[in-house]
Design a protein around this ligand. Structure first.
Ligand code: TYD
Ligand code: MG
Length: 454
């Protein structure tokens, strides 16, 4: 019996046993096509006799030269890219509208062009005059960057084929529009088609392509996640609008470590590099106050000290509030539960607010103990000893677990004038940091030792 045909949606990949006009999964029209099995040669049962070529297989031990990289000279950016930009790579830079993506990429384009790369900046959102004005305001008016304001994918590709640039910035991928795709600009299929064409251009011609993508709330426009799997490197530009700090974070990088961060400050003259982020994040910190604890964290390869702030107050509502900025809400709930179940410290009837100062987002479990310390300090209305940093992971049993890179964390703390640290027992502090260490085995000991409670 012949195997029944299968159909799939070209927009979302949903599989169907029969053709239909509209995909139930993504709602797109006319995207369902029959899947034809690929023929591999005369021996294969499927249609057609076109034969593939055998691949040359190599060993894992074959010689590999590291890719040549171009540095922009913006150290924070180069580090996030893994030490500079690799030719023929596709990079996605995502972020909220207005966070500074265009500013960053205009500065990067200017620096890369200065480093010898033939650079084209295509803006689909602003007129060339606007981009030029911004460049002049940033003092980049003389950089040999070529500008174009365009949204047609066909025109963009035709220009790129003729100009043969080394670097192309597309600002933004959501404005690029392919005339062979039958849906509105900014839709998932448009964004996907544009990203596919541009990344294959990068691979084919050896040019690097940087795609800007706006992070969107659920809505008409497809977010950058749609193209994450097509590109080599995914960077997100984050920060709080009200703050001047901006963090460029690599969430995927085929040519370097993921989770690396670059820190910038938005100034009147564009984005300025911040080479010592701890200083910046701790600036404006006053005398030790209840609810404030300094966490010695690691972001990528770099130690970063940040202030965790907690506020605990009796709730006027039947359901107490739990609000978190810069950390994971589920993790906060877990720590509150551990404090209650293992240390007998209830937070029922109390509103809990947690904020990571400076607008940075922390995702390390190593921040658990600092969060617990901030919560306890706020609840007991008593400050931690001055000049103390805290880090360590908390398990559900209430045990404190050592975390990686203890020594780097302690060194950074010492560099910034801290004199003591509260850390889990069993880590490898190395003893060279010069800080007074309080090593604790579980959360109950922490509560007893530090707050004399529990
Ligand atoms: P922009 O790069 O246009 O953001 P995006 O491309 O991510 O939407 O930056 C917009 C904000 O940055 C805008 O509100 C003004 C601010 N800004 C400065 O503060 N200083 C500057 O030098 C520039 C160019 C922008
Ligand atoms: Mg922009």
């Amino acid at each position: 019996m012949a195997k029944s045909a299968s159909f799939s949606c070209t927009a979302c990949g949903a599989v169907y046993s029969k053709w239909s006009g509209r995909c139930d999964a993504c709602g797109e029209w006319n995207t369902i096509v029959e899947d034809t099995p690929l023929s591999t040669g005369p021996g294969s049962k499927s249609l057609g006799a076109k034969r593939g070529t055998s691949l040359t297989l190599t060993d894992l031990s074959a010689e590999e030269t590291p890719p040549p990289r171009t540095q922009s000279g913006i150290t924070e950016l180069d580090r996030v890219l893994g030490g500079g930009m690799v030719p023929a790579s596709a990079i996605l830079v995502g972020g909220d509208p207005g966070i500074g993506k265009s500013t960053l990429l205009l500065q990067a384009a200017a620096r890369f062009s200065g480093a010898g790369l033939k650079t084209i900046y295509v803006s689909g959102e602003e007129a060339s005059a606007q981009v030029r004005m911004r460049a002049q305001r940033l003092g980049l008016g003389d950089a040999p960057v070529k500008l174009a304001a365009a949204t047609s994918l066909r025109d963009i590709l035709t220009t790129l084929e003729a100009e043969k640039p080394d670097l192309v910035v597309i600002d933004s991928i959501q404005t690029v529009w392919a005339d062979n795709v039958d849906s509105a600009p900014g839709s998932v299929s448009q964004v996907r088609a544009a990203a596919h064409e541009l990344t294959s251009f990068a691979k084919r011609k050896g040019a690097s392509v940087i795609l800007v993508g706006h992070v969107t709330k659920e809505g008409q426009i497809a977010g950058p996640r749609v193209v994450e799997h097509m590109v080599d490197t995914v960077l997100y530009f984050e920060g709080e609008r009200g703050h001047q700090f901006r963090i460029l974070r690599s969430v995927k990088n085929r040519f370097g470590p993921a989770d690396e961060i670059g820190v910038f400050e938005m100034t009147g003259g564009g984005l300025a590099e911040v080479s010592n982020p701890s200083e910046l994040f701790l600036s404006g910190r006053g005398d030790p106050a209840p609810g404030s604890v300094v966490f010695a964290g690691i972001e990528g390869t770099r130690p970063v000290l940040v202030e965790m702030q907690a506020l605990v107050a009796p709730t006027p509502h039947s359901q107490p509030r739990r609000a978190v900025v810069g950390w994971d809400g589920a993790r906060l709930a877990m720590i509150l539960a551990v404090l209650e179940a293992r240390c007998g410290i209830p937070f029922a009837g109390l509103d809990v607010y947690l904020n990571v100062a400076g607008g940075i987002k922390i995702s390390e479990p190593a921040a658990d103990l600092a969060v617990a310390a901030a919560l306890l300090s706020a609840r007991e209305d008593s400050s931690l000893p001055a000049e103390t940093v805290v880090f360590g992971e908390i398990s559900l049993s209430g045990a404190l677990r050592p975390v990686g890179q203890t020594e780097n964390r302690l060194k950074e703390a010492q560099k910034l004038g801290f004199t003591s640290a509260i850390v889990p027992a069993g880590g490898k502090p190395g003893g060279k940091s010069g800080l007074t260490l309080t090593q604790l085995g579980d959360l109950t000991a922490f509560v007893g030792d530090i707050f004399g409670a529990g």
